[in-house]
Design a protein around this ligand. Structure first.
Ligand code: THU
Length: 157
């Protein structure tokens, strides 16, 4: 029997260390949390996706009284992006959240499994890494790709 390990490189950055484009995407993801519809969890998530050609699409979590019918911010954003701009490759996604106190969360939140799988589809389509930035209040986790968030992903059949 052999072992192998999968490790995920994560950069931790301050706001000041982000590029101008990253700062813009952070601002848009944060702004999108204010369009979240989260009357049940009161946890407001926003996502901003950069497509090629500098197109930016945002999304937020949209909840439903029948809980599983709601959708996370990342899937709202990626499904909207691909339905509106099917020819444009994904380049980057930035995710921000405000907690039940209405404040931006101190620690970066990471997408749920279903969102990771959904986002991976568009990274695969793009044929290149889609950068991921997870926003905390003052610290930002930067991952080189969606795949790094989903090791051993199901990606072919
Ligand atoms: N949520 C997201 O929108 N994205 C995530 O990455 C995690 C969770 C939403 C789902 C639900 O509306 C609320 O946050 C609480 O789980």
């Amino acid at each position: 029997m052999k072992d192998f390990e999968i490790s995920v490189p994560v950069k931790v950055a301050t706001y000041g260390e982000l590029s101008e484009m990253d700062k813009r995407l952070v601002g848009m993801a944060r702004e999108a949390t204010h369009r979240s519809y989260a009357p049940y969890s009161h946890f407001c998530v926003g996502a901003a996706i950069l497509l090629e050609g500098e197109i930016i699409v945002t999304g937020s979590n949209q909840e439903n009284v029948a809980y599983p019918s709601g959708t996370c911010a990342e899937r709202s954003a990626c499904f909207y992006a691909h339905s509106q701009y099917p020819e444009s490759k994904f380049k980057e996604i930035v995710i921000a959240a405000r907690g039940t106190d209405g404040e931006f969360v101190d620690n970066p939140i990471a997408p749920c499994g279903a969102c990771r799988q959904s986002l991976l589809e568009y990274e695969t389509l793009a044929g290149d890494d889609v950068k991921v930035i997870l926003c905390g209040k003052e610290k930002f986790f930067i991952l080189q790709s969606v795949k790094s968030l989903l090791p051993l992903a199901f990606d072919e059949f």
